[in-house]
Design a protein around this ligand. Structure first.
Ligand code: PRP
Ligand code: URA
Length: 207
């Protein structure tokens, strides 16, 4: 499985803002948006482009656009904080939604929303979720996508735990990961260490 760690100094700086327990919700959301831009930039680096002629005020030249705009799928709640920024970067992308809440005792994802196109064959899909912890939520999401025919899935996560990366790898699902960091481990409560705490709560407040 292809795992790309974006360790650009600016990505590290935004991630540090997100990690810092003193960062308030507004600043956390702003840093997440900026980091999303960087992760998306790297995730699309090798995307196929279509070439068509355009005219500048001076001359005719080649113009470029994404040949296959992806479907963006934020995983609610926390992935919502990445959605607008990703969409701003690829305005022609369509967006689907998956809602999951991790049971904090069993660490299993409980699904509550699935709003996706029926047929995803031949379409690249970018799943947006800041946290890849045990990997349960991501595996669940990618299964839903592959059941609809997706075979080219990119997981965009600000942070990943080695356990989550391993679980994705062992799942055999067609996914690659783009992240700003693979942290040390999960703690006994299933939180990423050093991590940044509960991403959804930090973006939107505790529920
Ligand atoms: C968080 C996070 C991921 C999931 C990761 O969401 O945004 O979706 O946990 O954990 P996992 O890899 O162990 O499955 P959570 O379920 O807490 O919901 P929220 O986004 O509504 O806060
Ligand atoms: N979900 C989060 O929001 N944070 C973690 O550290 C693990 C799962």
């Amino acid at each position: 499985m292809d795992v790309r760690v974006v360790d650009h100094p600016l990505a590290k700086a935004r991630l540090s803002t997100m990690r810092d327990a003193r960062t308030n919700s507004a600043a956390f959301r702003a840093a997440l948006q900026e980091l999303t831009l960087m992760l998306m930039y790297e995730a699309t680096r090798d995307a196929e482009v279509a070439v068509e002629p355009i005219h500048t005020p001076v001359a005719r030249t080649d113009g470029y656009r994404l040949a296959h705009p992806p479907l963006l799928v934020p995983v609610l709640r926390a992935g919502l904080g990445m959605a607008d920024q990703a969409h701003r970067l690829i305005p022609e992308a369509q967006m689907g939604f998956v809602g999951l809440a991790r049971d904090e005792t069993t660490l299993q994802p409980t699904p509550y929303l699935e709003s996706l196109p029926a047929d995803l064959s031949g379409r690249p899909v970018f799943v947006l979720d800041p946290m890849l912890a045990t990997g349960g939520s991501m595996v669940h999401t990618i299964r839903i996508l592959t059941e609809r025919g997706a075979s080219d899935v990119t997981a965009i996560c600000t942070l990943a735990a080695p356990e989550g990366v391993r679980r994705l790898e062992e799942s055999g699902l067609p996914v690659r990961v783009v992240t700003a960091s693979i942290d040390d481990r999960l703690n006994e409560s299933g939180y990423i260490v050093p991590g940044l705490g509960d991403a959804g709560d930090r973006e939107y407040g505790a529920v």
